[in-house]
Write a protein that binds this ligand. Structure first.
Ligand code: AR6
Length: 189
């Protein structure tokens, strides 16, 4: 599924983020930036040990922030490492921190003149964020960013399993319907 926001595309696909050929892929890392399980482990395995060596120089990353490295053996030239919140009950700033992880990643892509970026569903694995709530926050943050910035031109979410893809498709359809209503009701000039 794909929708357009101004000059940019948001795309949802099922797949493995380590295989993406976008300018950057986003890693759902932890504050140490020294590797872990899930998507983090898969990215480090695919990129090779040079990625960990560069990560060691970064001094970690706060939750909600992001840092950029090279992609080494990946098809993507860059990895943007971000840290989503560990989900507790939704009342410990988790929505703000998750939105910030997406926004900071998009800002870094823009600052580095990257045209395309691929995200996993940050925090929805080991960090336990409920999938549907996380999809709303992720897609709302991406849509808002692309409404006010001309780049990146392609933002792809790479979902690992069919059910997570379905959830994101349903949420993006809601947003797309709303955007259409807004443009239909806009006063003619
Ligand atoms: N491609 C795309 N998505 C994937 C892949 C893949 N290769 N592998 C897993 N996913 P998680 P988190 C999905 O647990 O919740 C690490 O140890 C997965 O199904 O990777 O942010 C870090 O070091 C899920 O939907 O990240 C941290 O300590 C999503 O990616 C911690 O886990 C995120 O799951 C971060 O936990």
């Amino acid at each position: 599924m794909q929708i357009q926001i101004n000059e940019s595309q948001i795309e949802l696909v099922r797949g493995d983020i380590t295989q993406q050929e976008t300018d950057a892929i986003v890693n759902a890392a932890n504050e140490s930036l020294l590797g872990g399980g899930g998507v983090d482990g898969a990215i480090h395995r695919a990129a090779g040990p040079e990625l960990l060596a560069e990560c060691r120089t970064l001094g970690g990353c706060a939750t909600g922030d992001a840092k950029i490295t090279r992609g080494y053996r990946l098809k993507a030239r860059h990895v943007i490492h971000t840290v989503g919140p560990i989900y507790r009950d939704g009342k410990h700033n988790e929505p703000q921190l998750l939105a910030s992880a997406y926004r900071r990643s998009l800002e870094l892509a823009r600052e580095n003149n990257l045209a395309s970026i691929a995200f996993p569903a940050i925090s929805t694995g080991i960090y336990g964020y409920p999938r549907t709530e996380a999809a709303h926050i992720a897609l709302r943050t991406i849509v808002e960013f692309l409404k006010t910035h001309a780049a990146p031109k392609l933002v792809r979410m790479v979902l690992f399993d069919a059910e997570t893809l379905n959830v994101h498709e349903r949420v993006l359809q809601e947003f797309a319907g709303r955007a259409e209503q807004e443009s239909n009701s806009a006063p003619e000039t």
